[in-house]
Design a protein around this ligand. Structure first.
Ligand code: ATP
Length: 873
């Protein structure tokens, strides 16, 4: 029997038992992960490296065998270095992906339990809620307004209503209204599904077998670097060809000149830059994950660093989302509720007197409705209270407990009109012995207009404008204290009556207002200060009331002159709203479409916008924002799957930490690129100048490769882990299209490059008349020393190293010492002398090298010190 034809849960289980079931993990087999040997092979499959290998082989047969072998050794060493870095990046990314592994709720021994989606097995009963992504194929066995968008599977974007009734056996997939399929989005309502297929046995699994592809997208920075790489590459090739031609023209050895030209081109072409950026970004992504921001796309880190506006919701992001019923207003009286946390211990106080809640009919009716219009659960387990569900509903349950209403009295709920952020309310229908009771809860402004009665002294009385005013005064007063407000109402209908949402939510009897305390996160105050100093504007966009939102904004130090509600916003034209967006504002009582409009207009003004979101309806705004940020704890699966970043702790502070991290990574990549380019310019220039002067080769091919492939890259990589500069969050956000190599940096590269070239050329010329071997070794060593020392210049382009801290990036010092050690070995060990054609240097030779190299570091340092003093004063 087919699962959709089965009439009862037991029949579905029997049908399942008869099938050959996948008992493995509930996972889609991913497109082949990149295998290690592909990564290794990739290191050699580079046009220039291939030419170099061919040239080395030629040289092996035609000229110096040791040179040829040494070149091959360097190529292999370099390839392994690249391989290990890339492998590390790959494994880091894979580990990060695992952290994103989704969870779902199942019913186990009548209790809800959270498990990893990958551990689902056929036969599990899964709780389905709006915002979930269906975790496996399942037969619906219970549904309340369950609407599922199946676009991921069928392409149909209009959500389908799902029911639990059996269907004929021949029903095709698109008509299987009682089945929910893996990967589809629940947009409304809730229900329960019995898992019938998992992993590759699901419909999605079948499709993914057909389309098992991963598309790699380049980040803007990587694209920019590819362009830089290509431009410098062409330049290096042209210069190399000129050098080869000059060499041939001067009658030098052909093979030797070819090797010089190719080695130079291989060393000078920064074609590996995009790969290095991937490594830097992957390592950065791990740091961000430690700071509770999980990247779903690497390029998000880059964009984050340039964000100029953060639109954030309030509940749970700026506040703790640990709610507690603080005050209740019912029958014209205010009642305080004591107690802390979710422990249901506390008392009710009216006019400074403790009262017995059970003696107040109004209060008990209100708490009763609050506990029935509710999906939360609280259970006492081994002495402590375990909670499940949204925190405002938990708070309502806890308050009801304090009054003696226990969860087991939650009633027989037969129907629900779920909460949505446009109606801003929800209602349930409870079946009573002789009638039905509709319980409604929601934002007071959206409930009070639906009420025609209220309860006073146990009687239902007509609700006139005067009472309405009193109620309005009560919830405004609560909101001014920063309390989140909910209104509760109910109505009785006949036993057999069937009602739609409008009929259910009209002519209600008002029960009272609940004021929930949701204190701001204390650390947010500092984070907001940091953001403001960093030139980032923060706009609160909340579904809560403008008064509560403003009170919370003031508490956390957010300057707000105006709170604009959704209604007001919808009255505004785009140009009016654009003007308003330039002021210190917040948006309250918003609906998700408002977010999309706000993001678009902010982007039109040239801003780079980060936007938080948690609901299904936030998806368009999350996608439209330059950085979509979803909540890891509170957010729905759908929002998470649309976002660029998932916040593991839902905390605003983590956004700011991630922005800082994004800025640091970008700054370091720039430093790294500028450093490598300037040293390469120096080397190309000195060889070129020397060729023009016509002397013997200042650097021979193997030395060129040694400098670039061994010594430069290790120090350069340690620049990518440089800590953030102290003033990184005191500068305005960079423009997203800012070029790494602009006019200023070009000048800088020219100056640094020329210094390296001129100084090494002069030393070479100084010693050449005495001995070529010494002159060549000195020039070679001078270039290595300068390239290493030069790294320090790039630790900060503005702050002197004494301020940055000599030891704040120890790996750069270690790298420099190791590279210098290698160079000493190159100069003194007989084997390396043989391979690199070097000779031992005297102390005075080293003295000359150091004296000529030091200004390359000292002059910029002096400039930075002076500049720093001027700025500080
Ligand atoms: P934020 O947008 O900052 O997260 P929020 O949680 O208040 O704030 P929404 O979820 O859109 O935003 O809720 C808007 C209002 O709807 C709330 O202030 C509350 O009055 C009401 N509300 C929220 N959740 C429920 C619910 N489950 N049942 C009934 N009313 C609710």
């Amino acid at each position: 029997m087919k699962q959709w034809h089965a009439k009862t849960v037991d029949e579905v289980r029997i049908a399942l038992a008869k099938q050959q079931m996948n008992r493995g993990k509930n996972e889609l087999i991913e497109a082949q992960p990149v295998r290690w040997y592909f990564i290794l092979a990739r290191q050699f499959l580079n046009f220039l490296i291939l030419i170099l290998i061919i040239a080395a082989i030629l040289s092996f047969y035609l000229s110096d065998k040791i040179d040829a072998l040494a070149i091959l050794a360097i190529i292999i060493f370099n390839a392994f270095l690249g391989f290990f870095h890339e492998l590390r990046a790959e494994t880091t990314l894979r580990a990060l992906k695992k952290m994103l592994s989704p969870k779902c709720s199942i019913i186990n021994k009548k209790k809800e339990q959270n498990i990893d989606v990958k551990n689902l097995i056929p036969g599990d009963c899964v709780v389905l809620r709006a915002g979930n992504i269906v975790p496996a194929d399942m037969r619906i066995i219970k549904s309340a307004n369950l609407m599922i968008n199946e676009a991921a599977l069928t392409g149909e974007s209009v959500p389908a209503e799902k029911l639990s009734a059996p269907l004929p056996e021949e029903t095709t997939i698109s008509d299987q209204r009682n089945m929910a399929f893996m990967g589809t989005h629940i947009v409304n309502g809730h229900g329960i599904g019995l898992v019938v297929a998992i992993g590759m046995d699901t419909e999605l699994g079948r499709i993914s077998r057909l389309a098992n592809k991963i598309v790699e997208v380049k980040t803007p920075l990587q694209t920019q670097l590819s362009v830089i790489g290509r431009q410098f590459g062409v330049l290096a090739v042209v210069i190399s060809i000129i050098i080869i031609l000059i060499g041939i023209f001067e009658g030098r050895d052909l093979i030797n000149m070819l090797m010089t030209g190719i080695s130079l081109a291989v060393s000078a072409i920064p074609e590996g830059l995009p790969a290095v950026v991937t490594i830097a970004l992957a390592l950065g992504a791990r740091t961000m994950a430690n700071k509770k921001a999980l990247l779903r796309h690497l390029e998000a880190a880059e964009t984050l660093g340039a964000v100029s506006i953060i639109c954030t919701d309030k509940t749970g992001t700026l506040t703790k989302n640990q709610m507690k019923v603080e005050r209740i207003w019912t029958a014209g009286e205010t009642i305080d509720v004591t107690g802390i946390g979710y422990e249901p211990v506390g008392v009710f106080i009216k006019k400074n007197q403790q009262i017995n809640p059970q003696s107040s009919f109004e209060l008990m009716s209100l708490l009763n409705t609050g506990s029935k219009c509710n999906h939360a659960q609280i259970n006492q387990e081994m002495g402590s209270w375990e909670t499940l569900g949204p925190s405002d509903e938990i708070a309502l349950l806890v308050a009801a407990f304090k009054a003696g209403i226990e969860q087991k009295h939650q009633g027989n709920i037969t129907h629900e009109f779920s909460f949505d952020s446009v109606r801003k309310r929800m209602s349930v229908i409870e079946e009573l012995e002789h009638s039905q009771m509709i319980h409604v809860k929601g934002a007071p402004e959206h409930i009070v207009p639906l009420c025609t009665h209220f309860i006073m002294d146990g009687n239902e009385i007509g609700l006139g404008p005067e009472e309405q005013k009193k109620i309005e005064y009560a919830y405004t007063h609560f909101a001014q204290k920063g309390l989140r407000t909910l209104a509760l109402a109910r109505k009785k209908i006949p036993k057999q009556a069937q009602v739609n949402v409008h009929e259910a939510e009209s002519n209600l009897t008002f029960l009272g207002i609940i004021g929930l305390l949701d204190p701001p996160r204390p650390e947010v105050v500092h984070a907001i200060k940091v953001a403001q100093k960093a030139g980032i504007k923060i706009i609160m966009i909340t579904g809560d009331s403008p008064i509560t939102a403003k009170a919370i904004a003031t508490e956390i130090g957010l300057n707000v002159t105006e709170a604009v509600t959704s209604n007001e916003l919808q009255q505004m034209s785009d140009s009016e709203l654009s003007t308003v967006l330039k002021q210190d504002i917040l948006f309250a009582r918003t609906v998700p479409e408002d977010k999309l409009r706000i993001v678009r207009l902010l982007q039109n003004q040239g801003n780079l916008v980060a936007m938080t979101g948690d609901g299904v309806n936030d998806t368009p705004a999350l996608k439209q924002a330059d950085v979509g940020i979803a909540m890891g704890v509170r957010g729905t699966d759908v929002a998470r799957s649309a976002a660029d970043i998932v916040l593991l702790d839902d905390n605003f502070t983590s956004i700011i930490a991630a922005v800082e991290e994004g800025r640091r990574q970008y700054a370091n990549i720039c430093k790294f690129v500028l450093y490598l380019t300037s040293s390469n310019i120096g080397e190309v220039l000195v060889i070129f100048v020397n060729m023009l002067f016509g002397g013997p080769l200042i650097l021979i091919p193997i030395q060129i490769l040694w400098i670039n492939l061994i010594t430069d890259s290790a120090t350069a990589i340690s620049l990518s882990i440089e800590p953030a500069e102290r003033d990184i969050m005191k500068q305005p956000p960079r423009a997203i299209n800012q070029r790494i190599i602009n006019r200023n940096s070009f000048l800088l590269l020219g100056l640094f490059g020329s210094y390296i070239a001129v100084v090494s050329f002069l030393i070479y010329q100084l010693y050449l008349p005495h001995s070529y071997a010494v002159a060549n070794t000195i020039a070679f060593t001078a270039v290595v020393v300068m390239a290493n020392l030069h790294t320090l210049n790039f630790r900060s382009l503005t702050t002197p190293i004494s301020e940055v801290g000599w030891f704040s990036n120890k790996s750069i010092l270690v790298a420099i010492f190791c590279m210098m050690g290698l160079q000493v070995a190159a100069v003194y060990t007989p084997t390396l002398q043989h391979v690199l054609h070097t000779t031992s240097l005297s102390v005075s030779n080293w003295g000359v090298i150091l004296v000529s190299a030091l200004p390359l570091f000292l002059i910029p340092e002096l400039y930075k010190k002076l500049r720093y003093k001027i700025v500080a004063s």
